[in-house]
Design a protein around this ligand. Structure first.
Ligand code: PLP
Length: 396
């Protein structure tokens, strides 16, 4: 019998407003080319190519053996919430308490829950563009008005406060910051963060500060808006384990925010996930409290690759690339190739066997750029550079 049904699928109208993450689509296309026998170098997906540190794996396995296989509290295990509160207090120079911490399955749910909890139809949310595509997707999904703030190359992809000011209106409810930044690798200098805080002043605007790459920093300092006096209670800090501890598949992240809002996010957890996996959380305690050598090692390796890839890209005809200061992406300007971003990304995949993302996968202001993830071996990165260079020599 055919699995199809005669009845039309009547989706809720909000589903038409839901966006996506192109990285997964490009990955699927690249995999299908591989099945046809093609050799593809994967520089599309944003996940560390390292294993989860062994002490963290062991803590997870140990927790499984000890029976941490049941439901836990919706907001997270008390021990992990305490550990996160201590970690955030130490790293952001604030006094955070466990009641302000919500543990969720990955960083993404904090984005989703923030929108669900705060944004009504017509409320305005200012978000970075280019930027992580889930911000815009979620704003649209809940019926908010997505207001992009351009991040420009000549400012090293930090936010220009002069451009921010005219975007703030009486309907602005939320501002999203992301530093270190996906897709550009830009890092907001302390003075820019402080200027943003000053601009918000005493307006009733919350800031979702996505700091998931805070430990993957190559130069300078990571400065959180939460650290600015008076901003702690207006900041929703998003951080997690996926990138720092190469734990993408464990699904664990967290938000730190004023306790009343944390209570509301906990209600959303109760209604959607019940809780984050208990043994995963036990591994999370070890990740934050245990030996940090693997984080330093991973960061040093990304820095080494960044230097090689940026130097290599700058030698390719039509490409010019700024030095990213954090995360694990490079974001070269390709305007001199005479190609638009999307067709160029498609051509590099189809003709050169290099999977990259079009800058436009991160919003309209990503036109003129490509994103390459450097979460691949040095050998593969060097081969990718060769392939792109050869393609450019032949086609430009
Ligand atoms: C800026 C940014 N925020 C959040 C996330 C989500 O991370 P997670 O996999 O923990 O949900 C990502 C993942 O790519 C990201 O790049």
């Amino acid at each position: 019998m055919s699995p199809t049904t005669q009845h039309e699928l009547q989706l809720a109208s909000r589903m038409s407003r839901l966006g996506t993450e192109t990285a997964f689509e490009v990955l699927n296309k690249a995999r299908s080319l591989e099945r046809q026998g093609r050799s593809i170098i994967h520089l599309e997906i944003g996940e560390p190519d390292f294993d989860t540190p062994s002490n963290v794996v062991e803590a997870g396995v140990d927790a499984l053996h000890k029976g941490w296989t049941h439901y836990g509290p919706a907001a997270g295990l008390p021990d992990l919430r305490q550990t996160i509160a201590d970690y955030v207090s130490r790293t952001r120079g604030v006094k955070a308490v466990p009641e302000e911490v919500v543990v969720v399955p990955g960083g993404k749910p904090i984005i989703f829950y923030t929108m669900l909890a705060l944004i009504d139809e017509g409320d305005e949310v200012i978000y970075p563009n280019p930027g992580f595509p889930i911000y815009e997707s979620m704003i649209h999904y809940v019926g908010g008005k997505a207001v992009p703030i351009a991040l420009r190359e000549d400012r090293d992809f930090s936010l220009d406060v002069a451009e921010l000011e005219p975007l703030i209106t009486d309907r602005t409810k939320l501002l999203i910051l992301n530093s270190p930044h996906n897709p550009t690798g830009g890092v907001m200098p302390r003075k820019d963060v402080e200027q943003v805080a000053r601009m918000i002043g005493d307006r009733n605007i919350l800031v979702l500060s996505d700091e998931i790459y805070s430990r993957l920093l190559f130069d300078g300092e990571h400065f959180s808006i939460m650290s600015v006096p008076g901003m702690q209670e207006r900041t929703i800090l998003l951080d997690g384990f996926s990138k720092t501890y190469a734990m993408t598949g464990w699904r664990m992240g967290y938000g730190v925010m004023r306790a009343d809002l944390a209570g509301q996010m906990t209600r959303l957890m109760t209604n959607s996930n019940s809780c984050t996996a208990s043994f995963t959380q036990m591994a999370g305690i070890e990740a934050l409290r245990g030996d940090q050598t693997s984080v330093d090692h991973m960061c040093a390796e990304f820095k080494r690759r960044r230097d090689v890839v940026v130097a290599g890209l700058n030698k390719i005809k039509g490409f010019s690339c700024r030095m990213p200061h954090g995360a694990f992406y490079v974001f070269p300007n390709i305007t001199q190739t005479g190609w638009k971003s999307k067709p160029l990304a498609d051509a590099l995949l189809d003709q050169a066997g290099v999977a990259a993302l079009s800058g436009t996968a991160f919003g309209a202001f990503g036109e003129g750029y490509l994103r390459f993830s450097i979460a691949n071996s040095m050998e593969n990165l060097e081969q990718a550079l060769d392939r792109v260079a050869q393609w450019a020599n032949k086609n430009l």
